[in-house]
Design a protein around this ligand. Sequence first.
Ligand code: MN
Length: 252
Amino acid sequence: MLILLTNDDGIHSAGLQALADELQSIGRVAIAAPDRERSAIGHALTLHSPLRAEEIMPDRWAISGTPTDAVSLGIQGLLKEKPDLVVSGINKGGNMGDDLTYSGTVAAAMEATLMGVPAMAVSYTGKNFHYDDFANSAKVAVKLVEVIVEHGLPADTFINVNVPEASPRGIRVTRQGKRIYDDAVIQNQDPRGRTYYWIGAGKLDFQHLDGTDFHAVHNGYVSVTPLHLDLTNYNAIDRLRQWNMEEEVEDS
Ligand code: MN
């Protein structure tokens, strides 16, 4: 089995190294990851400038682009064969609820899914990110890779995994939760008296909703959320139809 790893924390991240070391027990591991931290870059794709892929070790490429670029190059150029699986992570910090829309970690798994390769994003929700801090998350990743290989993923679906800080009490299949972005933009003065703004520096909270990713992790469980490439809100289709905007243009 050939497993392609990537992340958005950069190729030198301890989380990526811990994941690679653990997954080596079940397959050949290749890495294509950004050459520096590219967190919160979402699904950005570099279209208007060249990309470099430096092979810093055999099967290990540092990409001068985004996580999405790395997956794209890994699958379509660098590896001589299509990988059986893409794993993105282990991210430094959780990727749950509304945060998913910003996440480079999740976007990398999304990109693999778009290319027809089964994928999983893994994030560690703790606060310290040395190599040993990722040990539980790496073990969970191996277990879930085995589950994916055994069952296969549903069409256009990948899984988003979040691991609690303490040793997990078990695994919960969850839905995406809801973030509370309170005071998410900080306004202050710099030493020269000019106003600056800092996004995402405020205190973050989440709604305590049963069955969500936040709720599972908060209660000490590994959260496994199936995510779908189709962003359509099917429940809203009927409601929008009632707005009567679909009428045909009359021939003149
Ligand atoms: Mn990150």
